[in-house]
Design a protein around this ligand. Sequence first.
Ligand code: GCV
Length: 724
Amino acid sequence: MTHTLKLLRLVLFFSLIFPLKLAAEDGYRLWLRYDLLTDQQLLNTYRTQIKGWQLKGESASLQASRQELSLGLSGLLGKQIAEVEIVDDATLVAGTVASSSVIASLDLGEQLSTLADEGFLITNTRYQDKNIIAIAANTDIGVLYGVFHFLKLIQTQHALTHLNIQSTPQIRHRVLNHWDNLDRTVERGYAGFSIWDWHKLPTYEDPRYTDYARANASIGINGTVLTNVNANALVLTPQYLEKAAALANIFRPYGIKVYLTARFSAPVEIGGLQTADPLSPEVQAWWNSKVSEIYEYIPDFGGFLVKANSEGQPGPQNYGRTHADGANMLAEAVAEHEGVVMWRAFVYSEDEPDDRAKQAYNEFKPLDGSFKDNVLIQVKNGAIDFQPREPFHPLFGAMPETPLMMEFQITQEYLGQGTHLVYLAPMYEEVLRADTYAKGEGSTVAKVIDGSLHNYNTSGIAGVANIGTDRNWTGHIFGQANWYAYGRLAWNPQLSSEDIAEEWIGMTFSNNEAAVKTIKSMMLNSHEALVNYMTPLGLHHIMGAGHHYGPGPWVKKMPRADWTSVYYHRADEKGIGFDRSKSGSNAVAQYFPEVAKKYGDPASCPEKYLLWFHHLDWDYQMASGNTLWKEIALHYQKGVDSVRQMQQHWQNVEGKIDAERFAQVKAFLEIQEQEAVWWKDACLSYFQTFSKLPIPEGVEKPEESLEHYQNLSFPFAPGIRPRW
Ligand code: GCV
């Protein structure tokens, strides 16, 4: 027998004996790992508190709930915790008033009335003199959400006594945006190819689609835009609609609606019309009939997401019309089906010489109040483009008559792509908690997007997905945390990134106190670490061109100035930074006066945004007493040091989690360390050509010459289609 054959046999033998173990730790199960609890005492306690469970009803969502409960409870607590017919002491009962006579008989009316369509409650209560736990909701999907929450309680080892949980999502549309192309490449995707296998759909329904739906439902995501905002009109043709419908059928029981991106020029490209002018009756008729056709395939189709007149995408302005004209035409078409239009505000003109950061506001603010009721304007968290750190977008709070949605990026285009451990929840939190002052103090971005500040008629949030065909879904195991955190914050934007991290670690890795503490501190410091080694003190958009991988502060030859780095950092002999104060582009004036005042003066501007708003001399005195140059250099070094610290911390986790995921993260941390050093060295070497100052003490000297960094090339950088 050859050596390879022997090895194969050995692998086969072990995979038969330990099938779960082998399959378990490759990351596929995400946070829905339902392994038997190893803490015997806790297990015994839970087994006395839940002796059986009951979930009646046959709707698809209730069946999905039953499957999940069965999988979860038998996995976590053992097979003896089974479905029961008779409700006894320590039975868990889940359902709605309509699906469960037990739930109907409980006096929950008042509590249920506050839960709306998707909320749930979990409570210890009495039923016919028995102590039971009830999961109740007004709808079947609410039951499913409650089931996932209950399983999480066990996964994170919560007490099951004195339960009185009521949870309702704060935001109506909680969607993922896939930037997936029809050829299965993923724009800015770092986890393989698109999971939508258009070639095999609709006949082959990859089980991964169901697991995708489970994962999303477990965190309350209720919509998915299947296709890239840089859209291909072909997805609106029957061939593709049939396939999209198959996905919608799989997702429906999990409360997830399918949306598609609408290419504005579709009436010309696939409709044979001469124009896509939104005011043309034949164009309107074309969209109306296209929409009716879509609803025949997908009766609960969510609606359209549109990128128009942005980065070369067609739009209403091609015909001299406004964004409102374009959005309203589509909104009219989907309105009778209760669909919505998510219209992106990510626009900046090719001819506009004004500061790019100001353009979306300039274009959209005057349109406030002119959109139809079922239009939401989707605004990126910051005014440039998902940079490692951006101050909140000035549009938040500025359009009281128009529901504004948040668009976060979960995929790490500018944040270390596929290999850097960066927990994004603190960044999301920073934006959500920022005060717009739109209606005085306390007018946070979270209140704008959950609709409460301006009483919007609807609300929404979108996250650009980081999901791909990689076995572990997101490439980096910690990328899963960002998907998870996005969903949790979409459900409740007031949650803290720390609490979310704790939940995720407990479900994904371990509840071992020391391990949780270590991993949590790594996660919570990781975003700041990245900002320090990439773009400290408000620097932004200084990455390599095209693939956006690695440092490229020297980038200056691009088809348009606002795609270069020099446009943003403006380094010169005197200093560095983009002056957006009164003396510069005056972008600060787009904020409400309290914010404008704070950001507009370097003395009061938070240092984290300093060079976003101000061009300052190299010898500008920072609060620390250091000069600006020294402070920049120290921040870069601090970023590197933090990654090295993460490496040490991760070492402490060895043996406390499985070897497979430990090894992947360890290897990726090595890449992250090398790249943090690379960012520091490349940026400091380059900026030094302007400051003409030595690398300060305490900062490691660059390893190579500036020319070396400038000459590097990255033929393998993923995420955007190679340009031949
Ligand atoms: C989908 C940035 C990205 C593009 C992306 C665009 C957008 O410019 O680099 O890949 O295109 O944002 O959000 O539309």
